[in-house]
Design a binder for this molecule. Structure first.
Ligand SMILES: Nc1ncnc2c1ncn2[C@@H]1O[C@H](COP(=O)(O)OP(=O)(O)OP(=O)(O)O)[C@@H](O)[C@H]1O
Ligand SMILES: [Mg+2]
Length: 270
């Protein structure tokens, strides 16, 4: 476990009384009065069973919920309420200040365009980086940060020509290319086999240690919380049941649901 001195860590993000309801055929109250804060530089785990609202929390923070969904409360990023920003301001926020990595790296890419083309387009369109030479430098630096050595081959490849682990590294490279303050990873390793999973988990640890990126790490896997996260939030049916240091979460959980979650995870693993 990494050592984090909480006293000197300021909050970079605060979620206050956040409720989200999906509207559609049937209303779903996915988050109900969620309160939590994210400290600058920490890795915050978000755990909870399927349907507990983890991804909804991620999409709320980056303001990418489907149209028509109802949101109440506040999400303060560096003391500014994200929920009151204009679409232009949000575009600027996404990728540059808060970035998202998805579960399936394939979902990030268009299968018929090369990795290099897609990386350049993203930096040009979203990042406003007009100079090709500058974009090349950013791409090479980002690949280095995620420990992808064969930069040229990656750039020339199409998504299907890379392994799942390589593709996830490329999507992490894209997500950090504009030096975001916060990286949200929504189950980034659950589509990968265990060896690759542990390499990607180490990569998140290195990114946090070397570049001080704040990471919100969503996972089903409590072992990953134990090895990677400084603190963890336990969600159940859209509500926060516990927020604790990951050490205490396992040694002295505060909520009965956390105890159940740990128990059922142990059973699953044994
Ligand atoms: N676009 C949507 N429209 C309607 N309901 C949705 C939508 N997305 C999610 N939900 C519902 O909201 C609730 C929370 O879903 P969410 O995807 O946030 O859970 P999760 O914790 O990420 O689950 P998982 O671990 O399976 O990814 C669930 O009941 C889900 O069915
Ligand atoms: Mg999810």
């Amino acid at each position: 476990m990494r050592k984090v001195v909480y006293i000197i860590m300021a909050n970079i993000l605060e979620v206050k009384n956040l409720s989200v309801t999906y509207t559609g055929v049937k209303e779903v109250r996915a988050l109900r009065g969620v309160n939590l804060s994210v400290r600058k530089g920490e890795i915050l785990g978000v755990v909870g069973e399927s349907g507990s609202g983890k991804s909804t929390l991620a999409f709320s923070i980056i303001n990418l919920l489907p149209q028509g969904s109802k949101k109440e409360g506040e999400i303060l990023f560096k003391n500014q309420n994200i929920m009151s920003l204009s679409e232009n301001q949000l575009e600027d926020l996404r990728g540059r200040q808060i970035s998202l990595v998805f579960q399936y790296p394939g979902a990030t890419f268009n299968p018929v365009l090369s990795i290099g083309y897609q990386f350049h387009e993203m930096l040009k369109e979203k990042g406003g980086i007009k100079s090709r030479a500058n974009r090349r430098k950013i791409i090479a630096d980002s690949f280095e940060k995620v420990r992808l050595s064969d930069c040229q081959r990656m750039i020339n490849s199409y998504p299907h020509q890379l392994s799942g682990g390589q593709l996830q590294r490329v999507s992490i490279a894209m997500a950090i290319s504009r030096n975001p303050d916060i990286l949200i990873a929504d189950e980034p390793t659950s589509s990968l086999d265990v060896t690759i999973e542990s390499q990607i988990v180490n990569l998140f640890k290195e990114l946090s240690d070397d570049y001080n990126i704040t990471i919100i790490f969503i996972t089903h896997n409590l072992d990953l919380v134990r090895v990677l996260c400084d603190r963890a939030v336990v969600l159940y049916q859209g509500k926060v049941r516990e927020i604790n240091s990951s050490k205490e979460l396992f040694s002295s959980p505060k909520d009965s649901y956390t105890v159940d979650l740990i128990e059922s995870f142990k059973e699953l693993e044994s």
